[in-house]
Design a binder for this molecule. Structure first.
Ligand SMILES: [Zn+2]
Length: 336
């Protein structure tokens, strides 16, 4: 719930962030953020971008490769705003159909983008700016990248959202330690958010950024539900995804199922390359002892299996409202 003042505050505070993310006067932007189902992406950015001196064509999630190619040519779009899960498959197909395709700036949010995907944007599309904005559907902006930041590091917005990093008992952890993120909105009063658990992991520490801004930065460490717990050990979704960069994997979904006491971990990967499932599987078991079938409590028991399914880009099911892919589905707990 937002009062008019709350809404004004959110919009006003986001505009300087878009400047830092790389938007400039006269840019021509395609906005593919999701709309509908009370989802914040499209409705908030429509208001924010309409107050900036640039041209914006909003397609939301309905964008097709044809739309993208048409807008790059006839609308002379130079910026694309969207979720990596939606835009990467579209851009790769568009590049295949029009090898000369160029896009100066890509601003993404929602989920992390792999370093190999960022390199692809720079090399294949000539992207000069690839930056990330972190936001929560109910709490709006949490962090944003400047041109000097990479990975998942973001400048925080401490006068808009106060971020606490806490342990499992909701007690704050020491500065720089990883934990779950709680946010308290400092400019939202009608439906205030106080120590609101957004379901993300991260760490916050002081950083003197080469861009000139000194202050708290947030390193995003993925969804709090992105943990693969098998055989008494934990492997995180983010670690597995990082290990799969050699295969140019863009998206990973891990499902854990248990049938008759036998646990199976299914790793579904999306990549622009045609991958061999056996090779990906061997690589994962070499990288993570926990996922190795040979490494069991008791050699006589056949209680664990890792399988890999290779899908083309766009092959994993996206949530109809948010467009996101569920990172870890643990069917041992609930039938998710
Ligand atoms: Zn900076």
């Amino acid at each position: 719930m937002y009062s008019r003042t709350d809404w004004e505050n959110m919009i006003r505070e986001a505009i300087p962030l878009f400047r830092t993310l790389g938007l400039e006067n006269g840019d021509r932007l395609i906005n593919t953020l999701y709309g509908g189902g009370l989802y914040g992406g499209l409705s908030t950015t429509l208001c924010e971008l309409s107050r900036m001196p640039l041209e914006c064509y909003s397609t939301a999630q309905a964008i097709s490769v044809d739309d993208l190619l048409m807008l790059c040519e006839r609308f002379e779009a130079n910026v694309l705003l969207g979720l990596p899960v939606l835009i990467m498959p579209l851009l790769r197909e568009a590049k295949q159909r029009r090898p000369g395709l160029r896009l100066e700036k890509v601003i993404y949010g929602g989920t992390p983008m792999t370093e190999t995907d960022k390199d692809w944007l720079r090399q294949e599309l000539g992207a000069r700016v690839v930056t990330s904005i972190l936001a929560a559907n109910d709490g709006a902006q949490l962090g944003y990248q400047c041109a000097r930041m990479g990975g998942t590091l973001h400048h925080a917005c401490p006068d808009y959202n106060l971020i606490e990093v806490v342990d499992e008992n909701l007690a704050p952890v020491p500065e720089g330690e990883p934990g779950e993120l709680l946010i308290t909105s400092l400019q939202k009063f009608e439906g205030p958010l106080i120590r609101y658990r957004i379901g993300d992991l991260g760490r916050v520490f002081h950083h003197d950024c080469p861009c000139g801004v000194s202050g708290p930065v947030l390193e995003y460490l993925g969804r709090a539900d992105g943990q693969v717990k098998v055989k008494g050990a934990t492997v995180t979704h983010a670690e597995m995804l990082a290990a799969l960069e050699v295969f140019r994997v863009s998206q990973l979904q891990v499902e854990i199922v248990s049938v008759d006491g036998r646990e199976t971990v299914i790793a579904r990967v999306e990549s622009p390359l045609a991958l061999d499932a056996g090779e990906v599987r061997d690589h994962l078991t070499r990288q993570f002892k926990t996922l190795d079938q040979e490494h069991l409590f008791n050699d006589a028991l056949d209680v664990f299996e890792l399988t890999v399914e290779c899908l083309p880009e766009g092959g994993l099911t996206r949530n109809a409202t948010s467009g996101k892919i569920k990172p870890v589905i643990d069917r041992r707990l609930v039938d998710a």
